[in-house]
Structure formats: structure tokens, C-alpha cells
Design a protein around this ligand. Structure first.
Ligand SMILES: Nc1ncnc2c1ncn2[C@@H]1O[C@H](COP(=O)(O)OP(=O)(O)O)[C@@H](O)[C@H]1O
Ligand SMILES: Cc1ncsc1CCOP(=O)(O)O
Ligand SMILES: [Mg+2]
Length: 298
């Protein structure tokens, strides 16, 4: 397990105890997914849908992709958690997605949102705005998307300027700390047990439940050279959300991704072999490796 000496404020001992408990819960989540093979359902974009399902399977879960409201709602009744990703849009999504979000919340079903390309287009904006009234349990996004969503939901004092740049981030993860905390607190107001989390991905990932902020260094820059690294991280977060509370699910998925990306980078010759090696590493990285990762608490 890594050294927690970077935790250096007045309550060092209690923070170390908290981190030890966090690590145990993360390890348990990784083991539980492998033992229980939970189903997480996805309504996701058609660019990366196959990687999302394969990553969920490699992490130890099972996958089901659905798009029609009746299909999604019936599947949600047997799934442990759900995932909505707005990367590619079709005309019927504008009515279908608000309905699905409302029904998931009415049924008390936890779900993860990836607000891909937040800020681009009237249809995507209308869909993402509708989720303010029926919020997810976890948001998983890059920094630009987190800032755009917090702006869209009116959570920031002044309009924080972020230029939408398609599906890639143009902002550093640290620029999204406050928006991420505000979003997490907003989600917690209506979440089961008032527990929610926001995971911001990038060179250093950041996870918050609105109170605590955890920075997760490591991973590989090669992740930006395959499409669907972020989308599939959202899917795997839903896999963990099926068996763990939101903060633990977000941490476990982000840490598993960082460790698996490092293994894949060491083996790959380029993006093609990297994706294959990454799926193998999702399968092979152990609960102890995930839970023993460097976690910078603040
Ligand atoms: N420069 C980088 N160094 C290390 N890991 C990275 C880097 N860029 C992205 N990642 C990783 O790639 C995954 C997807 O993150 P990101 O590229 O930010 O999402 P998105 O594809 O939604 O923009 C995360 O696991 C993140 O840690
Ligand atoms: C390229 C692209 N276009 C619409 S959705 C999508 C996939 C984005 O995947 P990720 O955000 O995981 O890189
Ligand atoms: Mg993305």
C-alpha cells in the first residue's frame, strides 16, 4: 500500500484512518464486482458502445445496452445501476432521456451521467438541463464538461468561461474543483441516503462527494489516443455503483483505470495494441493494486 504521508494537516491521524477505511471499501468494491458480476445498463453513444460493454465485462460486471424508454425502465428493474451518455444524439432522445431520468429517480435507481460535449447544441443542452430536475447519482466527465454542466444548472456565481471543444477537454482538472463540488452537493440533495459523487478525469483525476476532494495521479496519456476511454470509465463507474456507494464507486473505477492504463502503456506498440492491453489489464489488476494506489486527500 502506498505511503499516506502527503496527508499533512492538523488531523493527520484521523485523516489517515479515514483513508485506510476508504482503501478497504475500495478493495471490497473491486472484489464484490468480480464475485457478484452485477448488471449495469447503458444508454450510450454509438461511437464507443462496444468498448463500454467490454470494459464492464473486463472489470467483472455484465452489460446491457438499451435505448427505448420501456426497454430501459424494465431493464433498470433488474440492473444494479444505470448509465446515460449523451455523446451521440438522435431526434427521439430529446423526449426519451428526460422521461428515462424521471423514471429512474422515481424508482430509486442509481445512475451515472457522462455529459459528453456539454455546451454544444440546443438538443444536448435541453436534455442536460432536464436532468437538473431528475439528477444522476454520479457524474463522470472531463473538466470542460463539468464546468459546462455546473454553468447550465446555474450552480456557479458568474458564468465561468469554458470553450466547448467537442468531446475533448480544454480545461485543466483543477479548474473544475469548485464546479465539481457544487455539482456533488446538488446531486446529494436528492440522492438515496444523500450520497453522490462527481469524478473529473484528466492527467490527474479528481473525485469529490462535495465535502472531500481526492486527487488520483497516474494513468497514461495513451488513454487520450483511443476513443471511449472516458465513456467506458462512466460505464465501469456504473458497474461499481451497482454494489458500492457513489464515492467508493467513483474512486474504484477511476483508480482501476489508472492502474490498468499504466500496465497497458508498458505493453503497447500504439493505440490499437494499447486498447487490447488495456482491456486485459482491467481484467488482471487486483483489488489490492487498486486500493493501494496513491490517493491525495485534501
Ligand atoms: N494525460 C493523461 N494522463 C493520464 N491519464 C489520462 C490522461 N488523459 C486522460 N487520461 C485518462 O483517460 C481516461 C478518460 O479521461 P478523459 O480523456 O479526461 O475523458 P474524456 O475521454 O471523456 O475526455 C481517465 O481514466 C483519465 O485518467
Ligand atoms: C468521438 C465521439 N463523438 C461523439 S461521442 C464520441 C466518443 C467520445 O468518447 P470519450 O469521451 O470517451 O473520448
Ligand atoms: Mg468523454
Amino acid at each position: 500500500m502506498s505511503d499516506d504521508s502527503h496527508v499533512h494537516c492538523g488531523t493527520q491521524t484521523s485523516q489517515s484512518n479515514d483513508l485506510a477505511e476508504l482503501r478497504e471499501a475500495i478493495a471490497q468494491a473491486v472484489r464484490d464486482v468480480k464475485a457478484k458480476t452485477p448488471l449495469a445498463q447503458s444508454f450510450t453513444n454509438f461511437v464507443t458502445i462496444n468498448l463500454v460493454a467490454n470494459a464492464q465485462l473486463a472489470a467483472g460486471g455484465t452489460a446491457a445496452m438499451s435505448f427505448l424508454p420501456d426497454d430501459v425502465i424494465e431493464t433498470a428493474k433488474i440492473a444494479g445501476a444505470n448509465y446515460i451518455n449523451v455523446g451521440t444524439l438522435l431526434p427521439f432522445y430529446k423526449d426519451a432521456l428526460p422521461t428515462i431520468a424521471q423514471r429512474l429517480n422515481y424508482l430509486g435507481k442509481p445512475w451515472v451521467l457522462d455529459p459528453v460535449a456539454a455546451g454544444i447544441g440546443k438538443t444536448r443542452t435541453a436534455i442536460l438541463q432536464s436532468f437538473k430536475a431528475a439528477p444522476p447519482t454520479v457524474i463522470r466527465a472531463n473538466a470542460s464538461e463539468v464546468i459546462a454542466l455546473a454553468n447550465m444548472w446555474g450552480l456557479l456565481d458568474a458564468d465561468k468561461k469554458s470553450r466547448p471543444a467537442g468531446v475533448e477537454s480544454v480545461d485543466e482538472v483543477d479548474a473544475a474543483i469548485e464546479p465539481a463540488k457544487l455539482l456533488a452537493r446538488f446531486l446529494a440533495q436528492s440522492a438515496p441516503n444523500h450520497q453522490a459523487a462527481v469524478a473529473v478525469s484528466g492527467k490527474i483525476d479528481l473525485v469529490t462527494d462535495g465535502k472531500h476532494v481526492y486527487r488520483l495521479p497516474g494513468g497514461s496519456a495513451m488513454m487520450a489516443k483511443i476513443t471511449g476511454a472516458g465513456c467506458s470509465l462512466g460505464g465501469v463507474t456504473a458497474t461499481y455503483l451497482a454494489i458500492a456507494e457513489p464515492l467508493i464507486a467513483a474512486l474504484a473505477a477511476s483508480l482501476l483505470y489508472d492502474r490498468a492504463a499504466e500496465v497497458a502503456e508498458a505493453e503497447a506498440k500504439g493505440p490499437g495494441s494499447f486498447q487490447v492491453a488495456f482491456l486485459d489489464a482491467l481484467w488482471n489488476v487486483t483489488a489490492e493494486q487498486v486500493a493501494g494506489s496513491e490517493i491525495l486527500a485534501q
